[in-house]
Each structure stands twice: as structure tokens, then as C-alpha cells.
Design a protein around this ligand. Structure first.
Ligand code: PEP
Ligand code: MN
Length: 355
């Protein structure tokens, strides 16, 4: 029976190698991490679901024995990834305190159900990583499978590890923070941990993502650390030494949830009033703009002219983007807003022309 409680500490810091590779590497990394004093739980992958066959797929059961040894030596609870009922059984036998479901497993309802059935009746703590794709339904489905077999909500948590992205991005798995905010409003009390390592894919951006997670009031972090990162058998580019892990964690500013300071409250209220006022002007303008689109639809209809007038649209885009610098607004942001407005404008004209 695990004594460990997910909500025992905020922020909860989980660290350890991507993979347990050898006994020496596992124990060296874990004892050094424990000595930093900033790590609450040790992690390692012993079964590695890899995108392509032939990559290092984990050492299996012997890795569990090394992690159990790390737990004995350091006194810290341990976490491993499980992807099947058999993994759950072995992990619990070796005294693993925290099981996590990897992103490639969360996408599969059959696998998630198998794992949920295997933990039924145990007191395991489980963290569910977001699925590879930004699908809140799939992620909640996994959570609900565990709730349904009777896992207490206090023993369940979520890990945000970013989403697979088609195309080039400086991050390996862009975080899409807003998707996770949606998940958090479904399960407001549930522990939410950020995994900067798999979001970034390289060490340079870890600090920045970790700070964003702290600013968004995440409950903790899971960050990969390896005694010799460049020699790691998996995810080498994103792992950091235990010393650097300590520096990174100590550099994070975990801000207050709130403060009663009257000056702060007054300033915030003033700004919020201003935002509310501007929002109402903004949407009033949008409403007026759409009414004009309706009239344009009517004249096009009466003259039997097509809705889309290509050169007109590109001249709008050019004019607005030309003002980006002066407005101090990001060009991509302006483009997104313009496109959204354009789609709605076309829908409105379409309606007028065909009614
Ligand atoms: C991991 O934590 O090492 C891992 C494989 O992560 P993910 O499932 O997020 O890819
Ligand atoms: Mn990894």
C-alpha cells in the first residue's frame, strides 16, 4: 500500500530520467536528484512506447527493481509509465507509488480501460497525460474510465505534455494552453502537472515553459533529468543534469494565488472595468460591421454578383497588416482575427443572397 498522497505538496516536483537504462545510471541520477532537496517524486520509464520500432523500448522488469532500490535509498516515492494491465500488476508489486499513462496510450480507449480495470480496488495514484492530439473529450474519457472503476478523484491527476503538431514549430509538442484550460474547468479540483520536457523537446526552453505553468497555477512539474543527458538512450536533447534541474526549479517564481493589498485590488478593478468597457465597444463595432456585410449581400444579390471578390479581400488584409507595427499587434494575431471576421461576413452575405 502506498503512503504517497498526490495532494501532499504544492508545487509537486517529479523528476528522473526519461528511461531507466542501467542500474548505475538510475541510482546515480535518483540519488543526486534526491540530494538537491527540490524533488518530491522520482520518475523513470521502464517500458517505452516508441513512435518507431527499433528505438530503445525500455529495460522492463529490471528497471522496476532499480527504481524500487532508488526508493529504498532516498526515501522518495517513485513513478513509472504503464501501458497495459500487466505493467500495472508488476509496478504495484514493486511498490511504485504513482503510475502515469503516456500520451500514446491515452488516445486508446481499449488500453485505458484495461489499465483502469487493473487498478480497480487498489489504492494506486494515477496521472493521465494528455492524448497526442488536442482532444479534450478523449482526455476526459480517460479520466472518467478511472473514476468509474472507483479511483478517488484525489488519487487522480493530469499531466499536460503538449500536442503533436504537423509542421515546423520550435517546440516538440506545442502546449496549446487554452485546450488545457478547458480540461481544468471540467475537473477544477484535479491535480494538474506540466511536463515542460516533452513540450520543449530541448533544454533551452524548459525554464520558460516551467515559468508559464507556474503563472497559470499548475500544481507541479514533471521534468526529465539524467546523470549524463547527452548520453541518454532516449530524449537526450531535452534532459538536464540533476544540478541544472535544481537550478531550474529554484529559479521558478511561484507567484501568490492572490493578495488582499488594497492598492493591488484597486488597480486590478480599474483595469478590469476598462477591459469590460472596451469589450463592449469592440463587439458593438463588430455588430455594426456585420450589418454592413448584410447590406453588401443585398446589393450583390440584386445585381447577381458573386460574394467573393478576391482582390478586395487581399487589399483589406494588406491594409490591416500594414498597421500591425503602429498598433503594436502581432501580425499572426491580426490575420487570425481578420480571417474569423471574414468567414462570418461571408456566412451572413450568403444567407442574405439566398433567402
Ligand atoms: C515520457 O514521459 O517519457 C513519455 C514517453 O512521455 P509522453 O507519453 O508524454 O510522450
Ligand atoms: Mn521522455
Amino acid at each position: 500500500m502506498s503512503e504517497f498522497k498526490l495532494e501532499s505538496k504544492r508545487p509537486l516536483i517529479i523528476s528522473g530520467p526519461c528511461s531507466a537504462e542501467t542500474r548505475e545510471q538510475t541510482l546515480d541520477t535518483c540519488t543526486r536528484l534526491a540530494a538537491t532537496g527540490v524533488v518530491d517524486v522520482l520518475r523513470a520509464g521502464v517500458w517505452k512506447p516508441r513512435t518507431r520500432p527499433g528505438s530503445f523500448e525500455g529495460v522492463g522488469l529490471k528497471g522496476l527493481a532499480w527504481m524500487a532500490e532508488a526508493k529504498r535509498i532516498t526515501g522518495l516515492p517513485i513513478a513509472v509509465e504503464v501501458a497495459s494491465a500487466k505493467h500495472v500488476e508488476s509496478a504495484l508489486e514493486f511498490g511504485v507509488d504513482l503510475l502515469w499513462i503516456g500520451a500514446r496510450t491515452t488516445v486508446s480507449p481499449f488500453s485505458v480501460q484495461d489499465i483502469a480495470d487493473a487498478v480497480r480496488g487498489s489504492d494506486a495514484n494515477i496521472l493521465i497525460k494528455n492524448p497526442m492530439n488536442p482532444d479534450v473529450e478523449l482526455w476526459s474519457g480517460a479520466v472518467d474510465r478511472f473514476l468509474k472503476v472507483g479511483v478517488a478523484p484525489s488519487r487522480l491527476g493530469l499531466i499536460h505534455r503538449g500536442f503533436s503538431y504537423f509542421g515546423h514549430n520550435e517546440l516538440r509538442n506545442p502546449p496549446m494552453w487554452h485546450i488545457v484550460l478547458g480540461m481544468r474547468s471540467r475537473y477544477p479540483e484535479m491535480t494538474m502537472i506540466c511536463d515542460p520536457s516533452h513540450i520543449c523537446g530541448n533544454r533551452d526552453l524548459l525554464q520558460n515553459i516551467a515559468q508559464t505553468a507556474a503563472d497559470l497555477r499548475y500544481d507541479g512539474l514533471i521534468i526529465e533529468s539524467h546523470i549524463c543527458p547527452d548520453k541518454a538512450w532516449s530524449d537526450a536533447a531535452q534532459q538536464v543534469t540533476p544540478d541544472n534541474l535544481e537550478r531550474l526549479v529554484r529559479n521558478i517564481n511561484w507567484r501568490h494565488d492572490s493578495t488582499d493589498d488594497p492598492d493591488f485590488v484597486k488597480a486590478l478593478n480599474n483595469y478590469r472595468n476598462e477591459i469590460d468597457q472596451l469589450d463592449s465597444e469592440l463587439f458593438d463595432l463588430l455588430s455594426r460591421r456585420m450589418k454592413i456585410a448584410d447590406r453588401i449581400g443585398a446589393v450583390k444579390r440584386d445585381n447577381n454578383v458573386a460574394i467573393l471578390q478576391g482582390s478586395r479581400w487581399s487589399s483589406i488584409v494588406d491594409r490591416v497588416l500594414g498597421q500591425a507595427a503602429q498598433l503594436n499587434l502581432d501580425e499572426e494575431f491580426l490575420k487570425t482575427i481578420l480571417e474569423t471576421i471574414h468567414i462570418e461576413s461571408i456566412n451572413r452575405q450568403n444567407k442574405v443572397m439566398n433567402e
